[in-house]
Design a protein around this ligand. Structure first.
Ligand SMILES: C[S@@+](CC[C@H](N)C(=O)[O-])C[C@H]1O[C@@H](n2cnc3c(N)ncnc32)[C@H](O)[C@@H]1O
Length: 265
C-alpha cells in the first residue's frame, strides 16, 4: 500500500474501507479512467494497470515520477514556499516548460496552493490561490520514490474516460470515480468550466458501465447519493455508504456524507 503524493479534490482514501470488500478477489488488468490523486490505485497496487485522466498535467506528472524520478526531485529543489515565487510559477505556461519542469511545477503548486485544488480559468490557466501553509514538504522524496515504484508497470494516458476503457475485456476490473453529481443538482453557472462533467456525461458513463458488464468486466463506480444517481444505476447493485470527508472545496461539506458504490455483481 503506497500513500498518494498529491492532495486531490474528491480523493477516495476515506472510501477505501467500504470499497475494498466490494472488489473481486481476483481480476485481470486494472482500469481507473478518472485516476486523480490515485488513492484506490495506490492502495491496491495491481500488477497491470491502465490509469488515465483528462488532466494532462496530472498524467505528465505521473509519467515523469515513474520514468525520471531523480530529475523531478532535483527540479523540485529549485522551488520556494513564498507567495512571490508561487505567483511566478502559477503564471508559467506548461507548454513553455520541459516535461520534468512541468511535473515539478505540478507537485509544487499542489503542495502550496489552497487545498491542493486544481482549478483553471476559461483560458485553461491555473488560478487557485496561494495557501501560505507554514511548512509544506516541497521535496516529498520518500512519497515520490514509493509512487515511482508503484507506477513502474502502469500504462498512462491523458484523455477522456471512454477512450481509456477501449481495451478492457473479460475478467478485467474497471473502477470509475467521476466528478460527482452535485447534491443540489446541476447549476447553470458551472457551464463554462473546462473540466465540467454534466448530465449527458453521466448518462453516457452509465451506458459504458452496461457495455463493460456485457464485455465480462468487473465494474465498480462511486458517486453521490442522489435520486438521479439511484435511477441511473437502478439495474445494478447499489451499496449506500457513509464516509466522513470533504466534498467541496470551501470545506462547507465536512461531516458524514452518504455516497454510493455501484457494482455489476
Ligand atoms: C473525483 S476525481 C477522482 C479522484 C480520485 N479517485 C482520487 O482518489 O484522487 C475525478 C477526476 O476525473 C477527471 N475527469 C473529469 N472529466 C473527465 C473525463 N471526461 N474523462 C476523464 N477524466 C475526467 C478529473 O480531472 C478528476 O481528476
Amino acid at each position: 500500500m503506497t500513500t498518494p503524493f498529491l492532495k486531490w479534490a474528491g480523493g477516495k482514501r476515506a472510501l477505501l474501507p467500504a470499497l475494498t470488500p466490494l472488489l473481486p478477489r481476483e481480476y485481470g488488468d486494472y482500469y481507473e479512467p478518472f485516476v486523480g490523486g490515485g488513492a484506490v490505485f495506490f492502495a491496491l497496487e495491481p500488477q497491470r494497470a491502465y490509469l488515465s485522466d483528462v488532466n494532462e498535467e496530472l498524467i505528465n506528472c505521473y509519467a515523469m515520477v515513474r520514468d525520471r524520478l531523480d530529475d523531478v526531485l532535483s527540479a523540485l529543489t529549485s522551488h520556494r514556499n513564498t507567495e512571490q515565487h508561487f505567483l511566478h510559477v502559477r503564471a508559467q505556461h506548461a507548454a513553455d516548460l520541459d516535461d520534468v519542469a512541468r511535473a515539478a511545477r505540478f507537485v509544487f503548486l499542489n503542495r502550496t496552493c489552497f487545498n491542493g485544488l486544481y482549478r483553471v480559468n476559461r483560458r485553461g490557466e491555473f488560478n487557485t490561490p496561494y495557501a501560505g501553509y507554514r511548512n509544506p514538504t516541497l521535496v516529498p522524496d520518500e512519497l515520490l520514490r514509493a509512487a515511482s515504484a508503484a507506477l513502474k508497470t502502469v500504462t498512462l494516458s491523458a484523455g477522456v474516460y471512454v477512450d481509456a476503457c477501449a481495451s478492457a475485456g473479460a475478467g478485467d476490473l474497471v473502477y470509475f470515480d467521476p466528478p460527482y453529481v452535485p447534491m443540489g443538482g446541476f447549476a447553470d453557472f458551472r457551464r463554462y468550466h473546462r473540466d465540467q462533467f454534466r448530465e449527458d456525461d453521466h448518462e453516457e458513463l452509465a451506458r459504458l458501465f452496461k457495455d463493460l458488464d456485457a464485455r465480462g468486466c468487473h465494474v465498480r463506480l462511486s458517486n453521490s447519493h442522489t435520486p438521479w444517481v439511484l435511477e441511473l444505476y437502478a439495474d445494478w447493485t447499489i451499496h449506500v455508504v457513509t464516509t466522513r470527508r470533504v466534498i467541496n472545496s470551501n470545506g462547507a461539506g465536512r461531516g458524514p456524507v452518504r455516497e454510493v458504490i455501484v457494482t455489476n455483481e
